[in-house]
Design a protein around this ligand. Structure first.
Ligand SMILES: Cc1cc2nc3c(=O)[nH]c(=O)nc-3n(C[C@H](O)[C@H](O)[C@H](O)COP(=O)(O)OP(=O)(O)OC[C@H]3O[C@@H](n4cnc5c(N)ncnc54)[C@H](O)[C@@H]3O)c2cc1C
Length: 424
């Protein structure tokens, strides 16, 4: 490589968590980095809007404090994390029932045992599953045969159909954004382990604070928001306005389908979507810091949470903020009809008072998570080198999660650093 070429920057396309993690790792070694983002701000799928005195995450999501790469990349204290309580409230048989982790919350043992969410044997099976997965390393989890989540819950962990329908379908359905439970068992067991070794948490002022924190550390990186990339080569990127930027190496850290387009590859990456509806009310319908799961299957709602029970600062007033998640369905109705259906189901659950809940905003996120059906995690880490001087990262090359995005960004940076040190 010529002396001039070594002075060129590494250009990273896409400033989600993967791109920012990659930028941070490269900048830390003194490499010049330009980080290009088509949206007006960084963060990709982890962003929070301020609307009418509320912090609204763009889709309900949580940070699992057990995530190893998040621990490495983020300052958890600086995020002022607010923990969910372990367990869930499950809507089943026209009533709400609370199940918890009796090891962490012994006072809930009786209500958990009595709750008609699976059998006593099902609840007992959670304990060895938790302890076994907690003890297993991530490498061991990712070496286990990759089944669908449904197959693993039914055949490997031997849960009853009732337990799967009433608890696991809405629980993992909400996490993997797939109620069919056809997603990878490796992902399911990874997530279960993360819940077992840590907690689910929200930054006090919204998930977007994760992105803000990462961006605040990129002081030596030339960040260019509001700049779309039209195409990439091994030594340059072409922007939407037709201008180009010469690059020492290019890292593509966009969503899978967009990466296919930029690389001129036939699209193989399919994503699933979700809707998130926000409501405000003076009186929260539940007081617990728990996820409410639809264990009945009927109706559009998969899960909801009173966000302000967990993180009060999401609301600047005394009003409670409720986040309702509906999973994308190809046969789904229009957004207006969906909102009507959601409110009608909420009324069924919580009574006529719901008619007074104030609708704040709804989000539809069509590209939310990669479709994680097997063999999605075979291998668990996809290569980050695409061709000489061109790399990729993003949640679709790792576990589809905050952790996976961060990990992939770190892996791409390591590959760039290694290749550049060999080339100089
Ligand atoms: C609703 C929802 C719920 C979720 N729940 C959870 C959860 O509870 N826990 C969890 O761990 N994970 C969750 N996730 C997943 C997690 O948020 C993502 O896996 C992660 O944020 C992906 O980061 P990324 O950097 O790979 O991609 P992205 O965040 O998508 O970043 C890609 C960036 O590239 C930019 N870009 C695209 N094309 C171009 C172009 N041509 N030029 C320039 N820039 C471009 C995009 O604008 C974007 O900013 C959830 C995601 C969603 C949407």
């Amino acid at each position: 490589m010529s002396a001039d070429a070594t002075e060129l920057p590494v250009v990273i396309v896409g400033a989600g968590l993967a791109g920012m993690r990659c930028a941070q790792a490269l900048a830390n070694t003194g490499i010049a980095v330009i980080l290009i983002e088509k949206q007006s701000r960084v963060g990709g799928r982890v962003q929070t809007d301020e609307v009418d005195g509320f912090f609204l995450d763009r889709g309900f999501q949580v940070l699992l404090t057990g995530y190893p790469d998040a621990r490495d990349a983020l300052d958890f204290d600086g995020l002022d994390l607010q923990d969910f309580a372990p367990g869930a409230i499950v809507r089943i048989g026209g009533r709400f029932h609370t199940i918890s982790d009796p090891v962490r919350e012994p006072a809930t043992l009786l209500s958990t045992v009595k709750a008609p969410v699976g059998s006593l044997a099902d609840k007992m099976k959670m304990l060895p599953m938790k302890s076994r997965l907690s003890r297993m390393s991530l490498a061991e989890i990712f070496e286990r045969e990759e089944l669908t989540t449904l197959e693993a819950l039914r055949d490997r962990w031997r849960f009853s159909p009732t337990m799967i329908e009433s608890f696991f379908r809405p629980f993992f359905g909400g996490i993997l954004l797939d109620r069919s439970l056809q997603g990878s068992s490796r992902m399911m067991e990874f997530v279960f382990k993360m819940f077992s070794v840590g907690s689910a948490a929200l930054p006090a002022e919204g998930m977007g604070r994760i992105s803000d924190q990462m961006a605040s550390r990129l002081t030596s990186v030339d960040i260019r928001p509001g700049t779309g990339v039209r195409s990439v080569g091994s030594d340059s990127v072409v922007l939407d306005d037709g201008s180009s930027i010469a690059a020492r190496a290019v890292v593509i850290s966009v969503e899978g389908p967009e990466a296919d387009r930029l690389l001129g590859e036939n699209g193989t990456h399919v994503y699933v979507g979700t809707h998130c509806h926000y409501f405000a009310t003076e009186h929260a319908p539940v007081s617990e810091k728990l996820l409410v799961l639809n264990g009945e299957g009927a109706g559009p709602i998969n899960n909801l949470v009173v966000i302000t029970n967990v993180a009060p600062a999401y609301s600047a007033t005394q009003e409670a903020l409720i986040s309702v998640t509906v999973l994308d369905d190809p046969t789904s109705v229009s957004s207006v009809e969906l909102e009507t259906d959601v409110r009608s189901q909420l009324t069924d659950w919580f009574g006529p008072v719901v008619q007074h809940w104030r609708h704040i905003r709804s989000y539809h996120i069509p590209v939310a998570l990669p479709d994680q059906r097997p063999p999605f995690l075979s291998p668990p880490e996809k290569p980050v080198r695409v061709r000489p001087s061109v790399y990729r990262c993003g949640d679709y090359v790792d576990t589809a999660s905050i952790n996976g995005a961060l990990r992939s960004g770190r892996r791409a940076a390591d590959a760039v650093i290694k290749d550049l040190s060999g080339a100089s």
